[in-house]
Ligand binder design. Structure first.
Ligand SMILES: NC(=O)c1ccc[n+]([C@@H]2O[C@H](COP(=O)([O-])OP(=O)(O)OC[C@H]3O[C@@H](n4cnc5c(N)ncnc54)[C@H](O)[C@@H]3O)[C@@H](O)[C@H]2O)c1
Length: 245
Protein backbone atom coordinates (compact mmCIF):
# COMPACT_ATOMS: atom_id res chain seq x y z
CA UNK A 1 0.00 0.00 0.00
CA UNK A 2 1.25 3.51 -0.87
CA UNK A 3 2.88 5.37 1.98
CA UNK A 4 2.88 8.75 0.31
CA UNK A 5 2.81 11.78 2.60
CA UNK A 6 1.42 15.20 1.71
CA UNK A 7 2.82 18.19 3.58
CA UNK A 8 1.20 21.63 3.58
CA UNK A 9 3.69 24.19 4.88
CA UNK A 10 7.47 23.88 4.60
CA UNK A 11 8.49 26.04 7.57
CA UNK A 12 9.98 25.03 10.92
CA UNK A 13 7.70 22.05 11.63
CA UNK A 14 7.47 20.90 8.00
CA UNK A 15 11.25 20.86 7.71
CA UNK A 16 11.81 18.83 10.90
CA UNK A 17 9.15 16.40 9.70
CA UNK A 18 10.74 16.04 6.26
CA UNK A 19 14.15 15.46 7.87
CA UNK A 20 12.62 12.68 10.00
CA UNK A 21 11.34 11.06 6.80
CA UNK A 22 14.78 11.37 5.21
CA UNK A 23 16.32 9.73 8.31
CA UNK A 24 13.75 6.91 8.00
CA UNK A 25 12.34 7.63 11.47
CA UNK A 26 9.08 7.64 9.54
CA UNK A 27 8.77 5.11 6.75
CA UNK A 28 7.18 6.62 3.67
CA UNK A 29 7.88 6.24 -0.06
CA UNK A 30 7.24 9.74 -1.39
CA UNK A 31 6.75 13.20 0.01
CA UNK A 32 4.59 15.73 -1.83
CA UNK A 33 4.80 19.27 -0.48
CA UNK A 34 2.91 22.52 -1.00
CA UNK A 35 3.80 25.95 0.33
CA UNK A 36 2.33 29.30 -0.79
CA UNK A 37 5.92 30.48 -0.70
CA UNK A 38 7.46 28.30 -3.45
CA UNK A 39 10.98 29.20 -2.29
CA UNK A 40 10.26 27.42 1.04
CA UNK A 41 9.21 24.25 -0.78
CA UNK A 42 12.27 24.43 -3.04
CA UNK A 43 14.59 24.95 -0.05
CA UNK A 44 13.14 21.90 1.69
CA UNK A 45 13.49 19.77 -1.46
CA UNK A 46 17.09 20.90 -2.02
CA UNK A 47 18.07 19.96 1.54
CA UNK A 48 16.95 16.32 1.12
CA UNK A 49 18.11 13.32 -0.90
CA UNK A 50 14.69 11.76 -0.34
CA UNK A 51 12.30 12.09 -3.34
CA UNK A 52 10.22 15.24 -2.87
CA UNK A 53 7.59 16.41 -5.35
CA UNK A 54 6.50 20.05 -5.18
CA UNK A 55 2.78 20.56 -5.80
CA UNK A 56 1.56 23.88 -7.19
CA UNK A 57 -1.63 23.84 -5.13
CA UNK A 58 -3.46 21.86 -2.47
CA UNK A 59 -5.65 20.40 -5.25
CA UNK A 60 -2.55 19.08 -7.00
CA UNK A 61 -1.20 17.72 -3.69
CA UNK A 62 -4.47 15.86 -3.04
CA UNK A 63 -4.68 14.61 -6.65
CA UNK A 64 -1.38 12.77 -6.03
CA UNK A 65 -3.35 10.59 -3.57
CA UNK A 66 -1.28 10.77 -0.37
CA UNK A 67 -2.11 8.34 2.43
CA UNK A 68 -1.78 11.06 5.07
CA UNK A 69 -1.62 14.87 4.77
CA UNK A 70 0.05 17.00 7.44
CA UNK A 71 -0.88 20.68 7.83
CA UNK A 72 1.99 22.76 9.25
CA UNK A 73 1.06 26.07 7.64
CA UNK A 74 -1.21 28.18 9.86
CA UNK A 75 -4.77 28.60 11.08
CA UNK A 76 -5.79 30.43 7.90
CA UNK A 77 -4.56 27.50 5.80
CA UNK A 78 -6.71 25.08 7.82
CA UNK A 79 -9.79 27.26 7.30
CA UNK A 80 -9.01 27.51 3.58
CA UNK A 81 -8.34 23.81 2.89
CA UNK A 82 -10.52 22.01 5.45
CA UNK A 83 -13.38 21.38 2.98
CA UNK A 84 -10.98 20.03 0.33
CA UNK A 85 -9.28 17.72 2.84
CA UNK A 86 -12.64 16.34 3.97
CA UNK A 87 -13.81 15.87 0.38
CA UNK A 88 -10.59 14.00 -0.47
CA UNK A 89 -11.41 11.48 2.31
CA UNK A 90 -7.75 11.40 3.32
CA UNK A 91 -6.35 11.10 6.85
CA UNK A 92 -5.03 14.51 7.84
CA UNK A 93 -3.06 15.85 10.75
CA UNK A 94 -3.65 19.44 11.83
CA UNK A 95 -0.98 21.41 13.72
CA UNK A 96 -2.81 24.77 13.70
CA UNK A 97 -5.51 23.48 16.05
CA UNK A 98 -6.83 26.99 16.81
CA UNK A 99 -8.70 26.89 13.50
CA UNK A 100 -10.53 23.71 14.50
CA UNK A 101 -12.45 25.52 17.25
CA UNK A 102 -14.78 27.05 14.63
CA UNK A 103 -15.07 23.99 12.39
CA UNK A 104 -17.12 20.82 12.51
CA UNK A 105 -14.49 18.34 13.67
CA UNK A 106 -16.79 15.35 13.74
CA UNK A 107 -14.81 13.18 11.32
CA UNK A 108 -12.57 10.15 11.95
CA UNK A 109 -10.18 11.42 9.24
CA UNK A 110 -9.02 14.39 11.34
CA UNK A 111 -6.15 13.92 13.76
CA UNK A 112 -4.27 16.40 15.88
CA UNK A 113 -1.15 15.73 17.92
CA UNK A 114 -0.57 16.74 21.53
CA UNK A 115 1.77 19.38 20.01
CA UNK A 116 3.84 21.43 22.41
CA UNK A 117 2.21 19.79 25.46
CA UNK A 118 1.27 16.27 26.57
CA UNK A 119 -0.92 14.35 28.97
CA UNK A 120 -4.00 14.44 26.71
CA UNK A 121 -4.44 10.73 27.46
CA UNK A 122 -5.17 11.68 31.10
CA UNK A 123 -7.12 14.87 30.38
CA UNK A 124 -9.52 13.20 27.97
CA UNK A 125 -10.82 10.59 30.47
CA UNK A 126 -10.93 13.24 33.22
CA UNK A 127 -13.14 15.34 30.93
CA UNK A 128 -15.48 12.38 30.48
CA UNK A 129 -15.81 12.00 34.25
CA UNK A 130 -16.11 15.77 34.78
CA UNK A 131 -13.58 18.60 35.07
CA UNK A 132 -14.30 21.31 37.66
CA UNK A 133 -11.48 23.64 36.65
CA UNK A 134 -8.63 23.63 34.13
CA UNK A 135 -6.06 26.38 33.77
CA UNK A 136 -3.14 26.83 31.39
CA UNK A 137 -0.34 29.28 32.13
CA UNK A 138 2.02 29.79 29.19
CA UNK A 139 5.20 31.68 29.89
CA UNK A 140 7.49 32.56 27.01
CA UNK A 141 10.44 34.79 26.33
CA UNK A 142 9.27 38.07 24.68
CA UNK A 143 11.10 37.02 21.48
CA UNK A 144 8.87 33.95 21.22
CA UNK A 145 5.82 36.24 21.43
CA UNK A 146 7.07 38.97 19.11
CA UNK A 147 7.45 41.39 22.08
CA UNK A 148 10.29 43.48 23.50
CA UNK A 149 9.28 43.95 27.17
CA UNK A 150 12.13 43.91 29.70
CA UNK A 151 9.88 43.17 32.73
CA UNK A 152 7.39 40.34 33.12
CA UNK A 153 4.03 41.25 31.52
CA UNK A 154 0.75 39.32 31.49
CA UNK A 155 -0.47 39.64 27.90
CA UNK A 156 -3.71 37.76 28.20
CA UNK A 157 -6.13 36.31 30.72
CA UNK A 158 -9.31 34.67 29.51
CA UNK A 159 -10.58 31.56 27.79
CA UNK A 160 -8.74 29.30 25.34
CA UNK A 161 -10.86 30.11 22.30
CA UNK A 162 -10.02 33.82 22.44
CA UNK A 163 -6.36 33.08 23.29
CA UNK A 164 -6.06 30.98 20.11
CA UNK A 165 -7.59 33.87 18.12
CA UNK A 166 -5.36 36.57 19.64
CA UNK A 167 -2.17 34.47 19.48
CA UNK A 168 -2.67 32.29 16.39
CA UNK A 169 1.00 31.28 16.22
CA UNK A 170 1.57 30.65 19.92
CA UNK A 171 -1.69 29.49 21.46
CA UNK A 172 -2.55 26.38 19.47
CA UNK A 173 -1.69 24.68 22.76
CA UNK A 174 -4.73 26.33 24.35
CA UNK A 175 -6.89 25.19 21.43
CA UNK A 176 -5.58 21.61 21.71
CA UNK A 177 -6.55 21.60 25.38
CA UNK A 178 -9.98 23.08 24.64
CA UNK A 179 -10.65 20.43 21.97
CA UNK A 180 -9.55 17.66 24.35
CA UNK A 181 -11.52 18.63 27.47
CA UNK A 182 -14.72 20.05 25.96
CA UNK A 183 -17.28 20.89 27.27
CA UNK A 184 -14.99 22.09 30.13
CA UNK A 185 -13.72 25.64 29.53
CA UNK A 186 -9.95 26.19 29.72
CA UNK A 187 -8.79 29.35 31.51
CA UNK A 188 -5.60 30.71 29.96
CA UNK A 189 -2.90 33.13 31.07
CA UNK A 190 -0.15 34.20 28.64
CA UNK A 191 2.96 35.74 30.21
CA UNK A 192 5.81 37.41 28.34
CA UNK A 193 8.80 36.88 30.64
CA UNK A 194 12.37 37.95 29.78
CA UNK A 195 13.66 35.64 32.55
CA UNK A 196 12.71 32.44 30.71
CA UNK A 197 14.45 30.99 27.68
CA UNK A 198 12.13 28.03 27.21
CA UNK A 199 8.46 27.96 26.21
CA UNK A 200 6.81 26.77 29.40
CA UNK A 201 3.26 25.51 29.79
CA UNK A 202 1.73 24.71 33.19
CA UNK A 203 -1.60 22.94 33.24
CA UNK A 204 -3.58 22.52 36.45
CA UNK A 205 -6.73 20.45 36.55
CA UNK A 206 -9.26 19.82 39.30
CA UNK A 207 -11.53 17.02 38.26
CA UNK A 208 -14.11 14.73 39.81
CA UNK A 209 -11.63 12.23 41.22
CA UNK A 210 -8.47 14.23 41.82
CA UNK A 211 -6.06 16.87 40.59
CA UNK A 212 -3.39 16.98 37.91
CA UNK A 213 -0.37 19.19 37.43
CA UNK A 214 1.45 19.03 34.11
CA UNK A 215 4.44 21.15 33.25
CA UNK A 216 6.44 21.48 30.03
CA UNK A 217 9.59 23.52 29.39
CA UNK A 218 10.29 23.28 25.68
CA UNK A 219 13.26 24.51 23.71
CA UNK A 220 12.05 26.89 21.01
CA UNK A 221 12.71 25.81 17.44
CA UNK A 222 15.91 27.61 16.31
CA UNK A 223 14.33 28.79 13.00
CA UNK A 224 11.02 29.84 14.54
CA UNK A 225 11.03 30.75 18.27
CA UNK A 226 7.19 30.83 18.27
CA UNK A 227 7.25 27.07 17.80
CA UNK A 228 8.50 24.47 20.30
CA UNK A 229 10.62 21.61 19.01
CA UNK A 230 8.29 19.20 20.84
CA UNK A 231 5.45 20.21 18.51
CA UNK A 232 7.35 19.00 15.45
CA UNK A 233 8.31 15.73 17.15
CA UNK A 234 4.74 15.21 18.19
CA UNK A 235 3.65 15.58 14.54
CA UNK A 236 6.33 13.09 13.50
CA UNK A 237 5.10 10.59 16.09
CA UNK A 238 1.47 10.91 14.98
CA UNK A 239 2.41 10.68 11.28
CA UNK A 240 4.37 7.50 12.01
CA UNK A 241 1.39 5.86 13.71
CA UNK A 242 -1.01 6.94 10.94
CA UNK A 243 1.24 5.47 8.25
CA UNK A 244 1.56 2.21 10.16
CA UNK A 245 -2.25 1.78 10.32
N1 LIG B 1 -0.33 22.27 17.99
C1 LIG B 1 0.72 22.83 18.58
O1 LIG B 1 1.01 22.62 19.77
C2 LIG B 1 1.61 23.73 17.77
C3 LIG B 1 2.88 24.05 18.24
C4 LIG B 1 3.70 24.84 17.45
C5 LIG B 1 3.22 25.36 16.25
N2 LIG B 1 1.97 25.07 15.85
C6 LIG B 1 1.42 25.62 14.59
O2 LIG B 1 1.86 24.87 13.48
C7 LIG B 1 1.87 25.72 12.32
C8 LIG B 1 3.23 25.61 11.62
O3 LIG B 1 4.25 26.04 12.50
P1 LIG B 1 5.71 26.39 11.96
O4 LIG B 1 6.51 26.75 13.15
O5 LIG B 1 6.19 25.33 11.05
O6 LIG B 1 5.41 27.72 11.12
P2 LIG B 1 6.37 28.45 10.05
O7 LIG B 1 5.90 29.86 10.00
O8 LIG B 1 7.79 28.17 10.34
O9 LIG B 1 5.97 27.72 8.66
C9 LIG B 1 4.72 27.84 8.07
C10 LIG B 1 4.88 27.62 6.56
O10 LIG B 1 3.58 27.51 5.98
C11 LIG B 1 3.51 28.32 4.81
N3 LIG B 1 2.13 28.75 4.62
C12 LIG B 1 1.48 29.76 5.25
N4 LIG B 1 0.20 29.82 4.82
C13 LIG B 1 0.05 28.83 3.91
C14 LIG B 1 -1.05 28.39 3.12
N5 LIG B 1 -2.25 28.99 3.17
N6 LIG B 1 -0.85 27.33 2.28
C15 LIG B 1 0.36 26.72 2.22
N7 LIG B 1 1.43 27.10 2.94
C16 LIG B 1 1.28 28.14 3.77
C17 LIG B 1 4.48 29.46 5.05
O11 LIG B 1 4.95 30.01 3.83
C18 LIG B 1 5.59 28.77 5.85
O12 LIG B 1 6.61 28.24 5.01
C19 LIG B 1 1.58 27.15 12.84
O13 LIG B 1 0.21 27.43 12.70
C20 LIG B 1 1.90 27.04 14.32
O14 LIG B 1 1.20 27.97 15.10
C21 LIG B 1 1.16 24.25 16.57
Amino acid sequence: MSKKVGLIGCGAIGTVLAEAIERKLVVCDELVVFDVDVAKAQKLKAALDFPVKIAGSVDELLASKPKVVVEAAGQQAVREYYGKLLAANVDFIVMSTGALLDLNTNTPKLHFPSGAIGGLDALSPAALAGIDEITLTSRKNPKALGKTNTQEVTLYEGYAEEAARQFPREMNVAATLALTVKPAKVKVKVVSDPAVTRNTHQIHVKWRFGEMNLQFANDPHPDNPHTSALAAWSAINLLKSQLEK
